[in-house]
Design a protein around this ligand. Structure first.
Ligand code: PEP
Length: 249
């Protein structure tokens, strides 16, 4: 397995006050580690608080949950890649299922966003995953492959630049229903093969994270599944003790 990546997606939770309290508890109990990478995706307004709390901790990365594909301009309410980079972000979540299915983000928009992240010198974490009706109709693989291929289609430096992929079956996100390690391994294998054909050798070492109702009780077995290089965690990342248990898996 590659060096594991543990990513916390706080979604629309933990404003600056709660973020400061969370990070104090986390930093106090999680000394620097060289064998894993931790990523926090706080809401944009808590990014500076988390960055300040982290200080010199280079083993913990900061990310933003969404960006616009333009670098600047009249886009009220949006955040651009240069702004995210200036605020200390290294990773950008692209195409999270809530962006796709609550806010109507399309595959083509994820492609523009991944290209903007590459242009800005940051790392995209592209999320892919099928809905339950797509899985039941036998379309899970084709949906995931389409999202992956389209999402990466405008990037020009895939052979040399870092990217991350998160497989998050929509039916497992926030539902308490987790994919089995075998389900995860099967889809991660599909993604790994696609990445090898899209990115060449680099595709073999691109981190592929699993996400969907991960908790301290299932983290270890999911992480042990073939081609699972890390975990993207929503609900269970909001409680410092359950997040600590997961990152120690
Ligand atoms: C997520 O938001 O990416 C996620 C996987 O959420 P949860 O862990 O709550 O299912």
């Amino acid at each position: 397995m590659n060096r594991p990546v543990f990513a916390a997606n706080w979604k629309m939770n933990n404003g600056p006050t709660l973020a400061r309290e969370f990070m104090k508890a986390f930093i106090d109990q999680f000394p620097r580690q060289n064998d894993r990478t931790i990523v926090f995706f706080p809401p944009a307004l808590s990014l500076a608080t988390v960055a300040t709390a982290l200080g010199e901790r280079r083993d913990v990365w900061l990310g933003v949950q969404n960006v616009h594909w333009k670098d600047q301009g009249a886009f009220t309410g949006e955040v651009s890649v240069p702004i995210a980079r200036d605020a200390g972000a290294r990773v950008i979540l692209v195409g999270h299922s809530e962006r796709r299915h609550v806010f109507g983000e399309t595959d083509d928009e994820t492609a523009l966003k991944c290209a903007a992240v590459e242009r800005g010198g940051l790392t995209p974490m592209l999320c892919v995953g099928e809905k339950i009706e797509e899985r039941d109709a036998g379309q899970a693989e084709s949906v995931v492959v389409r999202q992956l291929r389209t999402g990466l289609s405008h990037m020009t430096q895939l052979a040399t630049k870092d990217i991350m992929i998160a497989y998050e079956p929509v039916w497992a996100i926030g539902t308490g229903r987790t994919a089995t390690p075998a389900d995860a391994a099967a889809m991660h294998g599909v993604i790994r093969r696609e990445l090898a054909s899209i990115c060449g050798d680099r595709g073999r070492v691109t981190p592929i994270l699993y996400g969907g109702s991960v908790n301290p009780g299932n983290a270890k077995t999911l992480l042990a599944a073939a081609d699972v290089d890390g975990l993207l965690v929503g609900g269970a990342s909001l409680d410092a003790s359950s997040w600590l248990a997961i990152v120690r898996s």
